[in-house]
Design a protein around this ligand. Sequence first.
Ligand code: ZN
Length: 241
Amino acid sequence: MKEEVIFKSLNGNGKVNGRRHPEAGEADGFDAMGDHHIATSIETPLRKDAFELTDNQKMEIISEKFREILEALGLDLTDDSLRGTPHRVAKMFVREIFYGLNPENKPHISVFENKFRYNEMLVEKDITVQSFCEHHFLPIIGKAHVAYISSGQVIGLSKINRIVDYFARRPQVQERLTVQIASELKKVLKTEDVAVLIDAKHLCVSCRGIQDDTSSTVTAEYSGKFIDRATRDEFLKYVNL
Ligand SMILES: [Zn+2]
C-alpha cells in the first residue's frame, strides 16, 4: 500500500472519543451520517452544471433563499438590523467562505528548481485552517502541518498556505480536505513524498449534538517516504505531535 490515511478523534485527555450523538440511534440515515462525519469520496460532490451560473446569479438566488429561511424562522426582515443579512450571507458564501468550490479560484503555483540541493524534509507547520463542515455548515477551525521531500522541485512557502486555504474554503469533511491537499501537493511537486496532518475543532461537535468543547479531530495522510516509520516520526517530532 502506497498511501495511508489515519483518522482519529481525540478529546482533551488524548482518549479516543467514542461517544455518539444521543439522537443518532433514532434519527434517519441523513442525521446519522452527519453526526458521524463520513466522507463518501475524495472529490467534492459537485453538480455537472456547478459553474453555469455567474457568481452574481448565485448570490441573487442564495440571497432570496436565505431570506425565506429567516422568514420561516419567524424573523422580521423589515428590521434595519436584518434587512441586509440575506445579501451579506450570499456574498460571504460565494466570494469568501466557499470560494474554493470554483476551480477558477485555484491558486497558480509555480515551481522552482531545487538549486540548494536541499534534500531533507521541509515542514511547514501551524497553517491556519478555516473550513465548514458540509453536514451542518458550521466552522471547522484548526491547524494543518505539511511536509515534503523535494524531488528536484520546490514551491514558495506561502503557496502551501494558499493550497490549504483553497481546499478548506468549501463545504468539507476533514478527511477529504486532508487527502485533497496531499494530492494537490503531490501533483505540483511531482513527488509522492508528502505528509499532511490536520488537527481541528468542529463547531458542530462543540456547539450542538454532543456539545463536547475539548475534543479535536486529527487526520493525516502519509505517502511515499513518509510511510516509513522513522521519516514519519521525524515529521511528527517537528510538529510536536
Ligand atoms: Zn458537522
